[in-house]
Design a protein. Structure first.
Length: 391
């Protein structure tokens, strides 16, 4: 039996008073650089003209990261829809504002960054915007419009747009030994009444994709699936974790054939949204999740068969405290003081950087509902170092 030890540091603000609501795109690590990105803004949705303007961009441009930096004005923070980014070149100790063309980025084995933007289905077919960086994110090449082959999609756009958009969860690209790229997505195929979590596959280093497999699709399930997360295990298997609803159990699946088929679901014993998994250099598998609160759990042997050390990093509830989430159905109570999204990355060997959003004054109980546009509160990005040792 291996001895397993976890040491959790004190939360610290890495970026203060920055936005009022947001969902993390994730953390990319390329070389010694960490890049964190998120989407912000709940009041403003992009117009049809703005969306189509993106698709008219000349492909193959080379742009500096500075070209994408957002400069929000305090009084306009609620009307600012888009993404923000930060970068750190010292393992997360210090951070500075940064710009990227998309919040969905992954690092590939050749040291490049690969980012996916919005996708579009038209009469000519499906395609998705792609951006790449070959210098740790100092410059980006794109957009490229990668063709996507798969079933037609159920429209999810607002009626006034008349556009059929989709997206890949590009922060979670898994790169197999032969260079194949697997990327998850949450969408509806034509005729679907529920969202499904699927895998798209590329055998040409992201120049094109095709639909490969469905991980979760339960037409009679009470909620929609969403926010799939995948990670490559040391034995070559793939593990996927799935949101089934706010405050609801996560579902876990395993693939032993490169993502073609998935076995499950199994119950990891955790509830929440936006799971984010990382396999550390010491072989330990870690997974974050949230709502209620911001949590982390570990699989010491790196297989996902047994999750332990379930730890609440921040209790985001206003009205209740808890040690474990309720095992039954939890009503949609709006007493969270954050959206409770989080993300992790191994910042140095054996050390995880855990990021989450919380009020700048963490004990401010007046912040009771980040979804309420009438509550304009400043939130900050908090970071926690977590050291993991296994003998």
């Amino acid at each position: 039996m291996h001895e397993f030890r976890v040491r959790i540091g004190e939360p610290r603000i890495i970026r203060g008073d920055y936005y009022d609501y947001g969902t993390f795109g994730g953390i990319a690590k390329v070389g010694d650089r960490l890049i964190v990105s998120a989407s912000i803004g709940i009041d403003r949705h992009r117009t049809k003209e703005e969306i189509l303007r993106d698709w008219e961009e000349e492909p193959g441009q080379i742009k500096s990261s500075d070209d994408f930096i957002m400069k929000p004005i305090d009084e306009d923070i609620r009307r600012l829809g888009g993404r923000w980014c930060l970068k750190s070149d010292d393992a997360g100790e210090t951070w500075e504002d940064y710009g990227a063309p998309t919040s969905q980025m992954s690092e590939l084995r050749d040291g490049s960054l690969y980012g996916t933007g919005q996708g579009m289905e038209t009469e000519e077919g499906q395609s998705i915007m792609v951006w790449r960086s070959f210098d740790k994110g100092d410059t980006y090449v794109g957009p490229e419009y990668a063709p996507v082959i798969g079933p037609s999609l159920e429209s999810r756009s607002e009626a006034q747009h008349g556009l059929n958009q989709f997206g890949f969860i590009g922060r979670d690209i898994a790169e197999l030994d032969d260079g194949t790229l697997l990327v998850p997505a949450c969408l509806r195929f034509s005729g679907d009444t529920k969202y499904r979590n699927v895998i798209y596959r590329s055998t040409d280093q992201g120049k094109s994709f095709h639909y490969y497999s469905t991980m979760t699709m339960e037409p009679d399930f009470q909620n929609d699936f969403g926010e799939p997360n995948i990670e490559l295990l040391s034995n070559g298997d793939l593990i996927s974790m799935h949101r089934t609803g706010s405050y609801m159990p996560l579902w876990q699946f395993i693939s032993s054939d490169g993502g073609a088929t998935w076995n499950g679901p199994s119950d990891p014993g955790a509830h929440g949204v936006s799971p984010d998994m990382v396999r550390l250099s010491n072989g330990v598998l870690a997974c974050t999740y949230g709502r209620p609160g911001c949590w982390i759990m570990f699989s010491p042997d790196g297989t996902g068969d047994d999750w332990t050390e379930k730890t609440c990093i921040w209790n985001g509830r206003t009205l209740v405290t808890y040690e474990e989430p309720n095992l039954g159905h939890v009503p949609q109570r709006r007493d969270d003081r954050s959206e409770c999204y989080s993300c992790i990355r191994e910042s140095s060997p054996g050390t995880l950087l855990f990021l989450f959003a919380a009020p700048t004054c963490m004990d401010d109980r007046s912040v009771s509902n980040p979804w309420d546009p009438k509550q304009v509160r400043k939130f900050s990005i908090w970071g926690v170092n977590i050291d993991i040792e296994i003998d």
